[in-house]
Every structure is written in structure tokens, then in C-alpha cells.
Design a protein around this ligand. Structure first.
Ligand code: ADP
Ligand code: MG
Ligand code: MG
Length: 210
């Protein structure tokens, strides 16, 4: 399949809309194990991203994604801004000068994004963060690539893995970020960042399915 800069723009617009729809839910998830701002932070960031998008809409995919990342870093207060910002910047660096992508390039960009989040936040799997949703989704895409599975089918399975990873944060003890301040009391709550990551994965699937 052809994945174009237009798909990337649609994806970003779709993420902004999905985050706005779930803003209050993301705030509520951040209430028991954080400071009740995840939905506000993400909505502020992606609203600013929407304002900036027209200035890069005719540029290469790398430039579009780097602009998104830099906007998130500079407008989102809190841990999620630098983390998602770094993810988009690293994905953009992996796709410099590209106007069209193969599925393999999409997977490589997602891997670069995850590496960026881990370089910045130093969290591993199992620490009750966005990584627990993102990493299993990328595992599925890498396995699918190795076995030659159709990309749409792989994306559907990937999003299911992201959703399962998001739900798996509920019984986890948080050892990174604000939720870690609560110790044992962090157990029993779904991680807000894992939830916003799931919405992004959902929009990615919808974008390639058209
Ligand atoms: P803050 O905690 O500063 O208020 P947000 O509420 O916007 O920021 O984002 C919180 C989310 O950030 C958490 O739910 C978690 O998924 C993610 N997070 C926090 N610290 C880390 C980290 N070190 N690595 C990966 N993700 C993290
Ligand atoms: Mg917060
Ligand atoms: Mg905060």
C-alpha cells in the first residue's frame, strides 16, 4: 500500500480530534494516580499542532512529524509533552525527505519513536507508563513484517495488542512518573499515557484503512 504525506496529515488531525473527544476521560484517569491534567495537556498540545499544520502540509513527512514533535515539547507541560514530542521528532528523523512510505518504513519510524521515549524517560516495560501500550504494538508489527503478513491485518492485531497493553497497566505498580509517588496505591488504575497512546494507535489504523 502507498502511505503518503496526506495520510500523515490525516493521522495528526485525527489524533487531535480523538484526544479532544477523550479529554475529560484522560483527565479523570490522571486524577487518582496523577495531577488531573493529562487530557488538558494533550489537548493543548494537539490544538497548537493543528494551528501549525498548514505551514508544513506541503513538506516531506520527516519535516511534518518533527514540527509536530517540537510543538508538543514546547506547548505541553508535564511528562507527556517531552515524551510524545521526542517520539514524533525521532520518527521524523527516521523519515527525513520522504513523501511516501512503505509499511517497513512506518514500522522503523515507530521503533525510533519508542527508542526516543525510552531514551528520554528511562522507563522499561512493566513500569505502568505509555510504554506498556506502545511496545507490544510494535512487537506485533515487527513479527508480522518478518512473517510477511499483510500490513492492514498486522495493524489490526497491533492495535489489539496496544489495547491489551493499556488494560494491563491497571494491576501494575507505577515506578516512573508522578504515579510512582503513590507506591502501592497506584495499583488498580489504568495509566493515562497508555490510554492516549491507544487512541493514537486506533487513529493510525483508521487512517490506513481510509
Ligand atoms: P504529568 O505526569 O507531568 O502531569 P501527564 O499527566 O501529561 O504529565 O502525563 C502522564 C503520563 O506520562 C503517564 O500516564 C505515563 O504514561 C507517562 N509517563 C510519565 N513518566 C514517564 C516515563 N518516565 N516514561 C514513559 N512514560 C512516562
Ligand atoms: Mg498529569
Ligand atoms: Mg502535570
Amino acid at each position: 500500500m502507498r502511505i503518503t504525506a496526506e495520510h500523515v496529515i490525516k493521522f495528526i488531525e485525527g489524533v487531535a480530534a480523538r484526544i479532544k473527544e477523550h479529554r475529560d476521560e484522560l483527565v479523570q484517569l490522571d486524577q487518582p494516580i496523577g495531577d488531573s491534567d493529562h487530557g488538558v495537556n494533550m489537548d493543548r498540545g494537539f490544538t497548537t499542532v493543528l494551528d501549525k499544520l498548514p505551514t508544513v502540509a506541503d513538506k516531506d513527512i520527516g519535516t511534518i512529524l518533527k514540527t509536530v514533535g517540537m510543538t508538543l515539547v514546547s506547548t505541553v507541560g508535564g511528562a507527556s509533552g517531552p515524551l510524545y514530542g521526542t517520539a514524533f521528532i525521532r520518527a521524523g528523523m527516521a523519515l527525513a525527505d520522504r513523501y511516501e512510505l512503505t509499511p517497513a518504513e512506518v514500522v522503523a519510524a515507530l521503533e525510533a519513536a519508542l527508542e526516543g521515549i525510552q531514551a528520554r524517560g528511562k522507563a522499561q516495560r512493566g513500569e505502568k507508563t505509555m510504554i506498556d501500550a506502545i511496545a507490544p504494538g510494535i512487537d506485533v508489527l515487527k513479527e508480522a513484517q518478518a512473517s510477511g503478513e499483510d500490513f492492514h491485518a498486522a495493524m489490526r492485531r497491533s492495535v489489539a495488542a496496544v489495547e491489551a497493553g493499556m488494560k494491563a497497566t491497571i494491576p501494575m505498580l507505577a515506578t516512573k512518573g508522578r504515579a510512582s509517588y503513590l507506591g502501592q496505591r497506584s495499583i488498580g488504575h489504568q495509566d493515562p499515557g497508555a490510554t492516549s497512546a491507544f487512541y493514537m494507535a486506533q487513529v493510525m489504523l483508521e487512517t490506513i484503512e481510509g
